[in-house]
Design a protein around this ligand. Structure first.
Ligand code: ADP
Length: 865
């Protein structure tokens, strides 16, 4: 192992502990410190004489070295110590710190240990540490016995003399000499030399240290200066650049300082805002922009300085010299050197052009929308994906709903169908097709259904919209409602079908009399096909003797006069004649001008025949009717005669019957009055019954006579005072008085138009019935009163009798109709018949209101007098 190699190693042995002296782990191997300390020997050994000459020489060379090359002074010192002390090795160790540990580094080494230059030893494991601790020269004998000096540090020391040296009263290192064998033993003279060299070392160290410090200081200063220069240059460059930028920037830049907002910077772009070329640096905001007070701009700026918070301008309007401009920008707080915000930096860039462009776009969009909205046709727009972006009110009308923007796809309609009625998915509608294929479509027919179920046929005119590069940016579609057209088409088709299927010949001609249309009916009637007829003069249908008719017809048509059911004769293709009824009407174009005539010709041959037959039948009937009438008249006259005869007969019968009846009555009475004593009771009884029956018969005859009288007699109408009449009747019949009955008559019965005699008859009959038809034992109570209504008087006779069932109400007014037998209530069944006849002949009415068992209310109604 070469020494050189050792020199790069630490003097520390790997197994060495870091513990201090006296605590060595291998105490058995290590001897106590005191046993190797032999310093006292220095005093005891005979000291050699000082060799001042050699010493001076050494010191002189040291001084020279010190002035010329201070770096090598430590090496020279070690060499000097070696030489002056005649040692085998020497060196200088300096205390240093390495990795947090105190160590001694051999900064100089001479003699046999010179290869270990630069080596280190831990302070606590080194004799140097003891020397520094005790701050005195120490002599060690065989130090390896106490200190862990690695065995490969050769040759081993026999004796070591160490002197501490100081720097600013701090021990910082040692200078030492080593004897490797007994041939050299250090003495007091060596101690003195080494102490002197130690002092020198101290000075040298000091010089070196201050030299190093100076050097590093100078270096640091140089470096700092260079850095400052660099920074300065950079700052200058940046400042210039910034200045150029600020000067040339299109962004308006200004700085305002302090509470009065004094301009400290303003670039040309900012100056341009002021609208004047006057410099503004040094002026305050309100001086340059007095209006800032109104707009509050000054407060906003001051706020930035006060709070240190920036704010943004967005599309802010600015008016100067009546010119409006718009601005975006930032206002930022600026700090002074003391780090305090004292200024506001304004950066503003004009957005007027953008604003105007936006405004123009907005206006053009608005105009476009207004145009869309004003269009009578339904129009809507979509984005490129087909989402509806706009629609006009006509689109709402046609679709029957309000489309949903950006939700409805392709079409504003609710449901879509093909013209034939099969459903059409929205994605296949004309607009979808136009956008997907980038092609405009003109008039695609479809049908939409509204949410209320109504369907609207329409034509779609979708057009893709493109930007300047031709990219599709959306679509516009117009929907035209063709309901009316469809209806017109249907109506036309319907009319055409009617015309075609009509049995009548329907033809049209122009004003020159040339046939322009010809239906199936015309084919059938005239025998020409449409092909044979159209384009030919209509005169081919007119017999030569009737040609003037056509001239007349045409002139009427030209005057706009239609002709209804003009009956004439026409000629067929086979030259046979045919009777027709013509209805000719002018045909006008859409502007109302007469351009021809339509002609309906009906074959009236059959009708004519039927009419003739009808006429004949009517004639026969008329003759027949006349005969019949005659017959009826004759028979009626005969009947009348018979009736009169019969009436006369019945009257005379009735009249003539009374004479024998009276004879019967007279004889019966004579029998009762004069011969009753010759008669037994049975005979008297029979006589009574004869008398009664004859009375009844007489009554009957009288009634029949009254009735026939009414039928025959003339009725002179006169004013009849009912009040008087009723009171007279009541006065003259005892039946109408107590105790038989009570008849109450209302005051002031009115005067009517009637016949005194017949009214007396009628009212007498009603009053007699009223007191007659009561239940046995019930005293009759009758009320007579009247009411006037619309010029008529109704007289009521109300009783408390047995009443009449509603089903008998009409019957009782007929001749001989009675509800009760004679044994129950006497009577002939003629009284009400007479009353009815009499009232009717006086132009009045009679009736009854009654319920069975509830009493009856008979009434007669006559004209008020
Ligand atoms: P007569 O009284 O002679 O029977 P009328 O012609 O006067 O004949 O009357 C016809 C019938 O009408 C009567 O038989 C009677 O049944 C019914 N009748 C008439 N007046 C009354 C009345 N006031 N109450 C009940 N029934 C009446």
């Amino acid at each position: 192992m070469s020494r050189k190699h050792h020199s790069q190693q630490t003097l520390e042995s790997p197994h060495q502990s870091s513990s201090g002296l006296g605590q060595h782990p291998d105490q058995t191997l290590r001897q106590p410190l005191e046993s190797i300390l032999t310093t006292h020997e220095l005093r005891r050994r005979p000291s050699r004489r000082p060799d001042y000459q050699a010493e001076n020489k050494v010191l002189t060379s040291l001084m020279r070295e010190m002035a010329g090359s201070p770096r090598s002074i430590l090496r020279l010192l070690a060499e000097s110590a070696l030489k002056l002390c005649r040692a085998h090795s020497s060196g200088i160790s300096l205390l240093e710190e390495e990795n947090g540990r105190k160590i001694f580094r051999w900064h100089a080494a001479a003699g046999q240990w010179s290869p270990y230059l630069g080596g280190t030893m831990p302070r606590e494991d080194s004799p140097c540490g003891i020397v520094l601790d005790r701050n005195a020269p120490l002599l060690f004998s065989h130090p390896e016995r106490c200190f862990p000096i690695p065995p490969d540090v050769t040759p081993a020391p026999v004796e070591v003399l160490l002197i501490p040296f100081h720097f600013a009263d701090e021990p910082i290192g040692t200078i030492w000499v080593v004897a490797h064998d007994d041939s050299r033993q250090f003495d007091a003279e060596d101690e003195r030399i080494l102490t002197s060299l130690g002092r020198f070392a101290s000075t040298a160290y000091q010089a070196l240290a201050s030299l190093d410090a100076l050097k590093s200081q100078a270096q640091a200063r140089k470096k700092a200066e260079a850095e400052r220069d660099r920074l300065h240059a950079q700052q200058l460059r940046e400042h210039q650049l910034l200045q150029r930028l600020v000067e040339r920037s299109p962004v308006a830049i200004a700085i305002m300082r302090g509470t009065d907002l004094e301009f400290t910077l303003a670039n040309p772009a900012y100056l341009a805002i002021t609208g004047s070329s006057d410099p503004i640096i040094g002026r305050v905001l309100l001086d340059v922009f007095p209006e800032a007070r109104e707009t509050g701009a000054d407060q906003r700026l001051l706020n930035v300085i006060r709070t240190g918070r920036p704010y943004s301008l967005q599309n802010t309007k600015f008016v100067r010299n009546q010119i409006e401009t718009w601005w975006d920008g930032e206002v930022l707080p600026l700090k002074n050197e003391a780090g305090v915000v004292d200024s506001a930096l304004i950066l503003a860039w004009e957005t007027t052009a953008r604003k105007r462009a936006e405004e123009a776009l907005r206006q053009s969009e608005q105009r476009f929308r207004r145009i869309l909205d004003a269009l009578p046709a339904a129009v809507y727009t979509t984005d490129p994906e087909g989402r509806v972006t706009h629609f006009n009110s006509a689109a709402v009308v046609i679709s029957g709903r309000v489309p949903e923007l950006l939700t409805d796809n392709w079409c504003v309609s609710w449901k879509l169908y093909q013209p034939d009625g099969t459903p059409m998915p929205h994605g296949q509608c004309p607009m979808a097709f136009a956008l997907k294929h980038g092609r405009a479509i003109r008039g695609a027919e479809a049908v939409l259904e509204r949410p209320d179920g109504t369907r609207v046929p329409f034509l779609a005119y979708p057009t893709p919209l493109r930007d300047a590069d031709g990219k599709i940016v959306g679509g516009i579609n117009m929907l035209v409602d063709i309901t009316e057209r469809k209806e017109a088409e249907a109506a036309t088709a319907f009319l055409a079908a009617i015309v075609n299927h009509s049995d009548d010949a329907i033809i049209s001609k122009d004003l020159n009399g040339v046939i322009t249309s010809w239906n199936k009916g015309a084919e059938r009637l005239f025998g020409y096909t449409a092909q044979e007829a159209i384009g030919h003069p209509v005169t081919m249908l007119i017999p030569p003797d009737r040609l003037p008719e056509e001239t007349e017809i045409l002139s009427r048509i030209r005057r706009g006069q239609p002709m209804d059911h003009f009956e004439t004769v026409r000629v067929r293709k086979d030259r046979s004649l045919i009777e027709v009824s013509l209805t000719v009407s002018p045909v006008r174009d859409s502007k109302g001008r007469i351009i021809g005539a339509s002609k309906i010709a009906r074959d009236v041959t059959e009708r004519k025949k039927a009419e003739e037959a009808m006429r004949q039948a009517k004639e026969i009937l008329a003759n027949h009717a006349a005969g019949l009438e005659r017959l009826v008249n004759e028979r009626t006259a005969a009947l009348q005669e018979t009736i009169v005869d019969l009436e006369a007969f019945s009257y005379s019968v009735a009249h003539d019957m009374r004479a024998p009846l009276r004879a019967m009555q007279s004889f019966a009475r004579i029998l009762v009055e004069e011969h009753s004593r010759h008669l037994n009771q049975t005979a008297t009884g029979y006589l009574d019954r004869i008398i009664q029956s004859s009375h009844r018969l007489d009554r009957l005859i009288q009634d029949v006579l009254s009735y026939t009288k009414i039928l025959q007699a003339d009725f002179p109408l006169e004013h009849v005072d009912l009040d008087r009449l009723v009171r007279d009747i009541i006065g003259s019949y005892p039946d109408f008085h107590s105790p038989h009955s009570t008849v109450l008559v209302a005051e002031g019965l009115p005067t009517v138009l009637g016949n005194q005699a017949w009214l007396t008859q009628c009212l007498s009959n009603l009053l007699s019935n009223a007191v007659k038809f009561v239940r046995p034992g019930v005293p009759p109570l009758v009320k007579v009163f009247a009411e006037t209504l619309n010029g008529h008087v109704r007289v009521w006779v109300e009783d408390n009798g047995i009443g009449i069932s509603p089903r008998d109400k009409d019957r009782i007014f007929r001749l001989f109709e009675r509800i009760h037998s004679v044994s129950e209530y006497s009577g002939t069944g003629i009284g009400l018949t007479i009353a009815r006849k009499a009232i009717e002949r006086m132009g009045g009415h009679i009736g009854v209101e009654s319920e069975l068992g509830q009493g009856s209310r008979f009434w007669i109604e006559l004209k008020k007098a």
